[in-house]
Design a protein around this ligand. Structure first.
Ligand SMILES: *[C@@H]1O[C@H](CO)[C@@H](O)[C@H](O)[C@H]1NC(C)=O
Ligand SMILES: *[C@@H]1O[C@H](CO)[C@@H](O)[C@H](O)[C@H]1NC(C)=O
Length: 602
């Protein structure tokens, strides 16, 4: 009956125009109805206000739009990363990801009208991928007005780093469901010199400082080619010295010859002012990887990142030296990323997701307390990491060097009582990364006491942890009740040696501790696994965790680490046990076993 048909149509039309009506005809009164997007109660610790910046100061913003269907990203990531799914390995191209993440068709129009209303439409541009917008050169008074903000200059009390931030920002009510985040706004980040740096051994003095020709170096290389200690294993400290030959022996990569070095790449990310020196790498390889003396890395300077080979930093030297020594002859690229850390992270993420070809493996070692990161910022950055997984990139991140947290970790609850709260780190708490904790010793390997680990307070437990994490929580019972979120993403995922790693910085040999040593080591091993896949004409591994947590697949190629713990916050920290734990994750990698397991994967 036509009548019925028409009424169905008109309902449909009402539904469509009703929902789009909200978007395409922004009612003028809507713009004044501002609601807070994010606010701090006080100036973040370690920062102080310097008041208003000089007249004429302008600011550039990035606006992240929400994808039309937020769940689809994670759904697609699951499909291409889970060995049990028929789409395993079917990674997406840049354009396919952009389509997947496209905002609602009405979103852009709505944002335009808002900017037009404020007379700033001319500063505006849409980035290639369509779900990020840029606003360039906005006078601060206009920025304040647009975002209900009060931008000021803030100085870090130790480093004097000065940044332009606001303690809160707001958006018109109608925009909240369309905008993910705007940066830079309320995220202060760590100052540029504060890294999640390799720490010196307790006692505070590096073990050896000598030119590479000296016998201290020879001592480290006395670890035999089979990795055994040259001197028969007395309890001397030297037994703990870590060098590439030891890593290669312990993680079983010695017998592998890369075959896809022309197609395979490993990227190392360093933030503001930390970069390695090619001369140090040359010395390092001459000493520790004699078959790889011609190793080199390419430097890419992103967002004004600095590079001066005469002023190498420890963090990045550690990264490049272990990554190269593990992955040689895989091509290594070093990204020197400029800007304050939060801008730097976003800028780097945008840089890589916009590449047509991204290195198959990426390694990064910087982090900050999750509680210092605004929720909107953290979720946006985490989605960008998921996006890298969709593209077929394996991203390795360090878990931190403070166990469950530095200091007493006391927070005041609503009734004014103090209680302990462990301190999870971001981005380690993001579920769409593979996070690397620390171990020490061998036969058996045990947890390194510094190994960062715990549970996110903002990211829920991802599905790949559905079995591993509840089992752990069951075993530890109510120990540390209330100190952490039992619903959160647990990290790390895997681990590697993190104590007493020998490196060369500015011609000086030294030892450093930190998951910053474990992470590039694992990245190097993953690069070799990717090499193996590529040499067989297969796709790279991409996001690793579905594979690693699968008891019939990757998990069988890991060495479970079952003793040690990660003290912090005035507690003994979490114990390492059989199975996954928030100290060493699932364990360390056995390259040879993993390589065999890859034969079963398409
Ligand atoms: C993921 O796979 C499921 C089937 O297992 C399918 O229904 C869904 O559409 C897929 N999602 C994406 C985004 O490819
Ligand atoms: C920061 O500035 C103060 C005062 O100008 C100065 O005394 C201090 O040395 C500076 N600190 C650094 C790390 O540059």
């Amino acid at each position: 009956m036509p009548y019925c048909l028409f009424s169905v149509f008109s309902v449909l039309i009402n539904l469509i125009t009703g929902s789009l009506g909200n978007l395409t005809t922004p009612a003028a009164p809507g713009w004044g109805d501002m609601h807070i997007k994010h606010a701090w109660k006080a100036v973040p610790i370690e920062w102080e206000s310097l008041g208003a910046p000089p007249v004429g100061t302008t600011i550039d913003f990035r606006i992240a739009l929400k994808p039309n269907n937020e769940d689809v990203v994670i759904d697609a990531l699951h499909n291409v990363s889970n060995p049990r799914h028929p789409k395993y390995g079917a990674h997406l191209s840049k354009d396919q990801v952009s389509k997947l993440l496209a905002p609602h068709p009405g979103t852009l129009e709505l944002v335009r009208s808002w900017l037009e209303h404020h007379g700033v439409l001319s500063s505006f541009s849409v980035t290639q991928s369509g779900n990020w917008l840029k606003l360039i050169g906005l006078p601060l008074s206009q920025a304040d007005n647009l975002l209900g903000a009060s931008f000021q200059l803030y100085r870090h009390i130790d480093t004097n780093d000065t940044i332009l931030r606001t303690l809160s920002y707001a958006l018109p009510d109608v925009l909240h469901t369309h905008v993910q985040t705007i940066t830079p706004t309320t995220y202060f980040g760590p100052p540029r010199t504060q890294r999640q740096a390799p720490r010196m051994r307790p006692g505070g003095v590096t073990e050896a400082q000598a030119k590479p020709e000296s016998k201290e170096l020879a001592r480290v290389t006395s670890i035999g080619d089979d990795g055994s200690d040259g001197d028969g294993g007395d309890d001397d400290d030297d037994d703990d010295d870590v060098a590439p030959s030891y890593m290669r022996w312990l993680y079983n990569t010695l017998g592998y010859e890369p075959k896809a070095a022309d197609r395979n790449a490993l990227g190392i990310v360093g933030f503001n002012g930390d970069y390695p020196s090619p001369q140090d790498l040359e010395l390092f390889m001459e000493e520790f990887r004699t078959d790889g003396e011609d190793a080199f890395f390419t430097v890419l300077q992103i967002n004004g990142g600095e590079y001066d080979s005469a002023e190498p930093g420890i963090e990045s030297s550690l990264s490049i030296q272990y990554a190269e020594a593990m992955s040689y002859p895989t091509r290594n690229t070093f990204y020197s990323v400029g800007g304050n850390w939060d801008d730097a992270l976003m800028n780097w993420l945008h840089y890589v997701v916009d590449l047509e070809d991204i290195p198959q493996t990426l390694s990064t070692t910087y982090g900050i307390d999750e509680v210092k990161v605004p929720l909107d910022y953290a979720t946006t950055a985490c989605t960008l990491f998921a996006r890298l997984g969709l593209r077929g990139v394996s991203v390795l991140y360090s878990s931190g060097d403070d166990g469950v947290g530095d200091g007493d970790c006391l927070v005041k609850d609503s009734s004014g009582n103090h209680r302990v709260q462990f301190i999870p780190l971001f981005p380690a708490s993001c579920p769409w990364l593979t996070v690397v904790g620390g171990t020490t010793s061998h036969t058996p390997e045990i947890a390194a006491s510094i190994s960062g680990g715990g549970f996110s307070n903002i990211f829920p437990r991802p599905d790949y942890q559905d079995f591993a994490v509840p089992f752990y929580l069951y075993i530890i019972g109510n120990r540390y009740n209330g100190f952490y979120s039992t619903e959160g993403r647990g990290y790390p995922d895997i681990a590697a040696q993190a104590f007493h790693c020998g490196i060369i910085v500015d011609g000086e040999f030294m030892h450093k501790d930190g998951t910053s040593c474990a992470t590039p080591t694992v990245a190097g091993i993953v690069a070799l696994l990717n090499d193996y896949r590529l040499s067989k004409g297969k796709t790279p591994l991409g996001f690793l965790n579905y594979w690693l947590y699968d008891p019939d697949s990757g998990l069988r190629g890991l060495n479970d680490i079952t003793s040690g713990s990660n003290p912090g916050c005035g507690t003994d920290g979490f114990p390492a046990i059989i199975g996954w734990d928030p100290v060493t994750g699932l364990g360390s990698l056995d390259f040879s076993k993993l390589e065999d397991l890859l034969d079963d994967l398409d």
